[in-house]
Design a protein around this ligand. Structure first.
Ligand SMILES: Cc1cc2nc3c(=O)[nH]c(=O)nc-3n(C[C@H](O)[C@H](O)[C@H](O)COP(=O)(O)O)c2cc1C
Length: 464
């Protein structure tokens, strides 16, 4: 990470888990364990996430004709490809000083039906916006933009204010009822309440990207995985029969050091340039949106995401692993993790996953946190391209050990693992969002305040 980004870095854990209340030390496995959910009293005292999950941070604005609102969003996530849908969740229950009701903002969003999601480059403007949000209480969200002192203009497709300093803007509207590719109804309602939060589903209609970035004179740099150094061996022996599968079909590449645009990424195909921003309008009709070509079906522009290592058991006891970029935390109490798993048959890239059936049948999944490490990255590339349907020994061939006596397959090489119970699934068009309540968190004993997991939630922008 560049020195400049150091000030935005997030380190976990904040305190040692060794003597922490509710955490158990399991000596022989060299792990810390805690059962979930926590009590409301515990959350009221400290409502920071009890386990680490890498989430990006950005800003969102909305306007209802009389007022404008500004909020910070932790863990914005693209949850569906066709239509292209963004999920944002906001707290609707009073849990703590940190997790309180965002009613002024969400009322405005529900009245106006649209938002502008924005990314500001690290530095003064981002700091001033963050400080406005931290200083001005939520009921006065209308005054936050003025307090930040930043200049704005209107979004192109709605009235939400857009910061002149934003380098990337996603304009989106609450989804409308429609049908998926099998003719089943989707989006009968534009939001759902899960635990302490309301998840809004917003269809992206316009993307603005700073012209110098769109033209390749500047780049967005995003480190999509955290950094961490294991202090004891990464894992035990991986025993495996036979060779890994060679698949000559479509391969999804993966690097946690993402630079956009660059030779490996999609080019941003703008319709025109306005206010120094290259602008792309997305087709409004679902039939015009679908790109069958595997490459063209990629996301049309950069959007920061990380990955969950989603594990599940097959009915005959085979472990599976599916790296899942569309994974985020949507509720604080109970803590809820939502991987979005492809179910529609679009092309090789978007096809029904073996994990889909396994998670449905067992009603459980695990979510491990990957980090930058050669063994883990190789495993992500293998498991992210080969289905268990083709390779029943997929996880071993990916090079990862599995601990088998658990709720969900645990990959001991990963620093943090969440066991989740599926309480609901939501069909979104191409992807199914599993609503997974965290039942238990497992952390390796070598994750300590002296040897923390390091994460930066903001992409950087550099000129070339
Ligand atoms: C970094 C990365 C992120 C991915 N994100 C998703 C995702 O969000 N949703 C999805 O359905 N597939 C995603 N995939 C693809 C699946 O991991 C891949 O199709 C996998 O082989 C499915 O395994 P299965 O059929 O055994 O379940 C991703 C792959 C990689 C490498």
């Amino acid at each position: 990470m560049s020195n400049f980004l150091e000030q935005y870095r997030y380190l976990w854990p904040h305190t040692s888990l060794q003597n922490a209340p509710n955490w158990q030390v399991i000596e022989d496995k060299r792990i810390f364990l805690r059962n979930m959910p926590e009590s409301l009293e515990e959350i009221a005292l400290d409502s920071r996430w009890p386990g680490f999950f890498p989430s990006p941070i950005c800003f969102v604005t909305t306007a209802d004709g009389t007022q404008v609102g500004l909020e910070k969003v932790v863990g914005p996530s693209i949850v569906n490809r066709f239509p292209y849908v963004l999920a944002l969740s906001f707290c609707i229950l009073p849990l703590s000083e940190r997790h309180h009701i965002r009613r002024a903002f969400t009322n405005m969003l529900e009245n106006s039906g649209s938002v502008a999601l924005q990314f500001l480059p690290p530095g003064e403007y981002l700091d001033r916006t963050m400080s406005a949000i931290n200083t001005i209480p939520e009921e006065k969200t209308n005054s936050r933009i003025a307090y930040s002192g930043l200049s704005t203009r209107k979004a192109l497709t709605n009235d939400a204010p857009v910061f002149e300093a934003a380098y990337m803007v996603y304009e989106a509207s609450l989804v409308k009822p429609s049908k998926d590719f099998d003719g089943n109804p989707i989006y009968t309602q534009p939001w759902i309440d899960v635990g302490s939060h309301r998840i809004y589903f917003l269809e992206i209609n316009t993307i603005q990207l700073r012209q110098d970035i769109a033209e390749g004179r500047s780049q967005i740099l995003w480190r999509s995985l955290p950094v961490w150094q294991p202090q004891h061996e990464l894992q035990g022996l991986v025993s495996v029969d036979g060779d890994a599968i060679e698949d000559n079909g479509y391969k999804k590449g993966y690097t946690p050091h993402y630079a956009f645009p660059s030779p490996g990424t999609i080019a941003f195909e703008a319709d025109h340039v306005e206010n120094g921003m290259a602008v792309k309008y997305l087709p409004t009709l679902p039939e015009d949106q679908v790109e069958v070509d595997n490459d063209k079906a990629r996301w049309p522009c950069f959007f920061p995401s990380s990955a969950g290592m989603i594990t599940s058991w097959s009915p005959d006891g085979h472990p599976n692993l599916m790296p899942c970029g569309s994974t985020t935390i949507v509720s604080r109490h109970p803590l809820i993790i939502t991987p979005c798993v492809s179910y529609a048959k679009i092309n090789e890239r978007y096809a029904p996953r073996a994990s889909l059936d396994m998670i449905r049948k067992t009603g459980r999944f695990g979510c491990g946190v990957p980090f930058i490490n050669e063994v883990i990255l190789n495993a992500m590339k293998y498991a992210g391209n080969i289905s268990l349907a083709k390779d029943p020994q997929k996880v071993a061939h990916a090079g990862l050990q599995v601990e088998s006596d658990d709720w969900s397959p645990v990959l001991p090489a990963l620093p943090v693992h969440f066991d989740c119970q599926v309480v609901k699934e939501v069909s979104l068009g191409t992807h199914i969002m599993f609503i997974g309540e965290v039942q238990r968190i497992r952390v390796r004993a070598d994750v300590t305040p002296e040897n923390p997991i390091e994460w930066c939630p903001c992409p950087n922008v550099v000129s070339l």
